[in-house]
Design a protein around this ligand. Structure first.
Ligand code: ZN
Length: 212
């Protein structure tokens, strides 16, 4: 069911406020913060983090390319002609281990499986945990083509994922800065580093092509 056309959503826009930045304590999560760079999270302002800035960005873009690929091609259970895959909104997620090795992938399978929780992120987290033999995914990075929803943000936090990289902002349901800021809520002790808007144009184009 191709409901909820994107309309004016996914237009990019200003970087939402960082809930972990003390300077922004009076700004509600999700409020635009013009001029903020597309990087947020604990330690992101520290000098050593910037030394690797260029390499990190390239790595994130490379990983996002893989997630975009997964959004279109995954999972393996989908027929080669893509007849069933086309029913699901193309969202892809990849979990990378602390060493940068690919651990697991997930594609939104809600329509395919009839499972309301079968979002790309949840499926990728489950498979990564299964592969590692533990639920704690510390040191791991989750890369997803669309800003996670509340359920997925909750699952990411519970899995202790260290870094989240996402492509398109999702103003209507996004829970990592747009509508809510679950991952960067100052009241939580575990707050992953978040990088939003990575390969945003491609992520948006993929969704637009689906809803067209
Ligand atoms: Zn979700």
């Amino acid at each position: 069911m191709r409901s909820e056309p994107p309309g004016p959503a996914w237009t990019g826009g200003a970087e939402p406020a960082d809930a972990t930045d003390p300077a922004l304590e009076t700004v509600r999560p999700g409020q635009p913060t013009p001029g903020r760079p597309a990087r947020v999270g604990p330690g992101a302002d520290e000098g050593f983090a910037d030394l690797d800035g260029v390499g990190r960005r390239q790595r994130h873009e490379l990983w996002m390319s893989r997630a975009l690929e997964v959004a279109v091609t995954g999972p393996d259970s989908v027929p080669a002609d893509g007849a069933d895959a086309i029913e699901d909104v193309p969202v892809g997620a990849v979990v990378y281990g602390p060493d940068g090795a690919e651990l697991a992938i997930g594609r939104n399978e809600r329509e395919l499986t009839g499972d309301p929780t079968a979002h790309a992120e949840v499926l990728a987290l489950r498979r990564a945990a299964e592969r590692l033999g533990r639920w704690r995914l510390e040191g791991c990075t989750l890369v997803v083509t669309l800003e996670p929803c509340t359920m997925c943000a909750g699952a990411i936090a519970l899995a202790r994922v260290s870094t989240v990289v996402f492509g398109a902002w999702e103003p209507k349901t996004g829970a990592v800065g747009s509508l809510w800021d679950v991952l960067r809520d100052r009241r939580l002790t575990h707050r992953p580093e978040v990088y939003g808007g990575v390969r945003e144009a491609e992520s948006v184009a993929l969704l637009r092509a689906f809803f067209r």
